[in-house]
Design a binder for this molecule. Sequence first.
Ligand SMILES: Cc1cc2nc3c(=O)[nH]c(=O)nc-3n(C[C@H](O)[C@H](O)[C@H](O)COP(=O)(O)O)c2cc1C
Ligand SMILES: Nc1ncnc2c1ncn2[C@@H]1O[C@H](COP(=O)(O)OP(=O)(O)O)[C@@H](O)[C@H]1O
Length: 309
Amino acid sequence: MEYIHDIMKYESDRPCVITLGKFDGVHKGHRKLIRKARALAAKAGGRSAVFTFTVSPQVMMGERQMKMITTNRERDEILRELGIDLLVECPFTEELRSMSAEDFVKELLVGRLHASAVVVGTDARFGKDRAGDADLLVSLGAKYGFDVFVEEKEKDGDREISSSYVRERIAEGDMQRVQNLLSYPYFMAGEVVHGRHLGHTLGFPTINTVPPSEKMLPPRGVYFTRTLVGGKWYQGISNLGVKPTVDGSAVGLETYLFDCSLDLYGQEARVEFLQFRRSEKKFGSIEELKNQMDEDIQAADNFFQPDNS
Ligand SMILES: Cc1cc2nc3c(=O)[nH]c(=O)nc-3n(C[C@H](O)[C@H](O)[C@H](O)COP(=O)(O)O)c2cc1C
Ligand SMILES: Nc1ncnc2c1ncn2[C@@H]1O[C@H](COP(=O)(O)OP(=O)(O)O)[C@@H](O)[C@H]1O
């Protein structure tokens, strides 16, 4: 995948099949558009491209206190895995914000990316004040010579799948439902940092990662998780929260990995949230916490190996 941050520096003359949007979460609906763009590009011999924006955490938080399902980095990782040829991730600058819908299409999609086709959902919006919609795109396609495919939104029962629908389910901690809407488990990526080194004393060493400030978090508590770290997947159990029994300040994610005894500090970890187990609690003593963790780990064993219980 080629990654372009500054579209003015993009040089290739090859035609692109472009899909356009914020793609927060890269959920099932987004995937439908990406699949379509890839199929069209393969047929026409062009490049499949995603056009999106990097939105700074400050802007996101300032505007509507909107948290992201996937950070820019996580989204890039997923798009890369989906096998698109080109990711254009423009900073959402004043210049871009003030571009009319027609100029956006004429100058960027046609002028720079040589669009042969553009794939969008029925509710697509683009250009200054989000004035451009799917109908306008169809007429601009006729004017500038590219095909336009307007796809129906993917549904979950009667409800259209959208990033805000996924956020609602994350807020409820319904991680199985979230996985169904995304078509992959909600995850958090980050570097393994040092904690207070109590884990080893407790008998449960945990890898600690810090959730990015712009990331939408599920409720605080204990989750059955699967973690990719050091090139290997581990089953395990995580606590998302402030550890009120021993600490009580910043929100962190700690994961006890089953069948692992490696030193993992400084490595990248990707922790997938599979199922909520219980809320985080303040225990009267470390002993009580330890007993509860024993029970949690037993429950995780049953979750991962239901036939052995
Ligand atoms: C499965 C699991 C459940 C946990 N549940 C709680 C909890 O309910 N309350 C709490 O204060 N800490 C909880 N913790 C966090 C522990 O307090 C923490 O892992 C321990 O203090 C080690 O911290 P350290 O990584 O900073 O050394 C939990 C940790 C794990 C792995
Ligand atoms: N099974 C395991 N699960 C998680 N971390 C492990 C495991 N075995 C060894 N480790 C290592 O131990 C470290 C955690 O030890 P811990 O005493 O909890 O210290 P910290 O407070 O820094 O997390 C992890 O960062 C990792 O390098």
